[in-house]
Ligand binder design. Structure first.
Ligand SMILES: Cc1cc2nc3c(=O)[nH]c(=O)nc-3n(C[C@H](O)[C@H](O)[C@H](O)COP(=O)(O)OP(=O)(O)OC[C@H]3O[C@@H](n4cnc5c(N)ncnc54)[C@H](O)[C@@H]3O)c2cc1C
Length: 399
């Protein structure tokens, strides 16, 4: 065997899994199509990731939290849901959860950098991780006794278990014949950081407008000017996003302030702009013979409930626990029973919120007169139901 475990994809999920499995006397092979330089020094990609308290605990356990600079981690105190042009918002306060904040916000490239550094420290200390970069997986086959991964170069590598961490559009999942439910919302998201006049009080906004969806994810003040700063997410049909992407900064600033009804005062772009298609994915199976999926390959969430990477960390934790148990009992780390237990656990953790998120988006993007009325009534009624709001707070904090 070339390895005990082959992990395909060194995104945040794949890197965290390699780190998590390291030090257990396993031979780990991590394969990534990007070059090493892109992994070593990831560049800003626009995403501000809302991490639950649970995820913060998992990242601390992996030793990655301390690799991030405290000034880059912003507290998420409250969450507000706004509907249409109304001033009213449903507020999910941190007092409904179990901490002084619901969660934390960190830029995705900083999480990726910490995950890379953590994996490197583990590889150097334990000498059990081999990294292949610039290597694209082109085929995966498994049998009762082993898995074979073939690279585009033609090199074949064998292991006891293959783990796909190769994004929501996972090609290895497809190679294993696993179908996936995919929902293309027909929209794109523009994400960027902006500074503005009015304070955000560390509250996230999810604003289901008419003809657009906006989100505001609080960041710490701008390091040089001290201005209020947040990540802005604008969801629109792709042609409208493309027009915003191409606008000169001044015109863009004015257009975004207008979209926010000037509730934040004047706004100013302070980062590059990034454009993502909006596609949610749930595979029919999370495992197959000697094969498991983690991260976005196991569930590609709509970002509105901010759970994609949080679920990714849960999948890393759940699979590590199963593998640790098998090692403890000298069992097979690729056995069908182990993989089924992992699948059951992950489905229970992710499937209800996946469909709940789809339902929320479905309701809050309908725009007939009746739907607009129902949206407003539903929000105002929900605001009065404390147990409901508490359950959202618990979901946001992962407690
Ligand atoms: C706008 C936006 C906002 C988001 N906000 C949040 C949030 O607030 N909270 C949250 O928890 N999540 C959020 N997410 C989701 C989060 O970004 C993802 O869940 C996370 O980045 C997925 O990590 P991953 O490692 O599973 O996949 P990826 O980051 O997609 O990494 C996959 C890796 O696999 C490699 N790869 C692919 N195919 C191959 C192959 N054939 N051979 C070798 N390598 C391969 C790729 O090069 C890549 O490096 C957001 C996402 C978006 C787009």
């Amino acid at each position: 065997m070339d390895a005990d475990v082959i992990i395909v994809g060194a995104g945040p999920a794949g890197l965290c899994l390699a780190k998590s499995l390291s030090g257990r006397k396993l031979k780990i092979l991590l394969i990534e199509q990007q070059d090493r330089e892109a992994l070593e020094a990831p560049i800003f990609d626009g995403r501000e990731i809302a991490l639950t308290q649970r995820s913060a605990t998992l990242l601390k356990g992996l030793g990655l939290w301390d690799l991030m600079d405290g000034k880059d981690i912003a507290p998420l105190k409250d969450a507000k849901v706004i509907d249409g042009p109304n001033i009213f918002s449903m507020t999910i306060g941190h007092e409904l959860g179990k901490g002084t904040e619901l969660g934390w916000l960190v830029s995705n490239h900083l999480i990726r950098r910490a995950a890379w550094q953590g994996m490197q420290h583990a590889a150097n200390a334990n000498k059990d991780i081999t990294l292949l970069t610039g290597a694209k997986v082109s085929d995966v086959r498994t049998s009762a006794s082993e898995a074979t991964v073939t690279l585009a170069s033609g090199q074949a590598l064998r292991s006891k278990l293959v783990v796909a961490a190769d994004s929501r559009f996972s090609s290895t999942r497809r190679m294993m014949g696993i179908a996936a439910h995919m929902h293309d919302f027909g929209k794109n998201m523009l994400v960027c950081a902006m500074i503005f006049e009015k304070p955000h009080d560390f509250a996230a906004w999810e604003w289901f407008g008419y003809g657009q969806t906006l989100a505001l994810l609080p960041m710490n003040p701008h390091p040089e000017t001290g201005a209020h700063r947040a990540s802005v997410v604008i969801t629109l049909p792709s042609h409208a996003i493309e027009a915003l992407m191409q606008m000169e900064p001044d015109a863009f600033n004015a257009a975004v302030a207008q979209r926010f009804n000037h509730r934040l005062g004047a706004m100013q772009l302070c980062s590059t702009r990034h454009n993502y298609p909006l596609v949610a994915v749930y595979p029919q199976r999370l495992v197959a013979q000697r094969f498991a999926t983690v991260g976005d390959a196991a569930v590609g969430m709509h970002p509105v409930t901010a759970h994609g990477f949080n679920f990714g960390l849960l999948s890393v934790d759940a699979l590590t626990r199963e593998i640790a148990t098998a090692l403890h009992t000298r069992g097979d780390i690729g056995s069908t029973s182990l993989l089924q237990r992992y699948e059951g656990r992950q489905k229970r953790a992710t499937l209800p919120l996946f469909w709940m998120t789809r339902l929320i988006v479905e309701i809050y993007t309908r725009e007939s007169m009746a739907a607009k009325l129902a949206r407003q009534v539903l929000l105002r009624v929900s605001d009065k139901v404390t147990p409901f709001k508490r359950s959202i707070a618990q979901s946001l904090s992962g407690t």
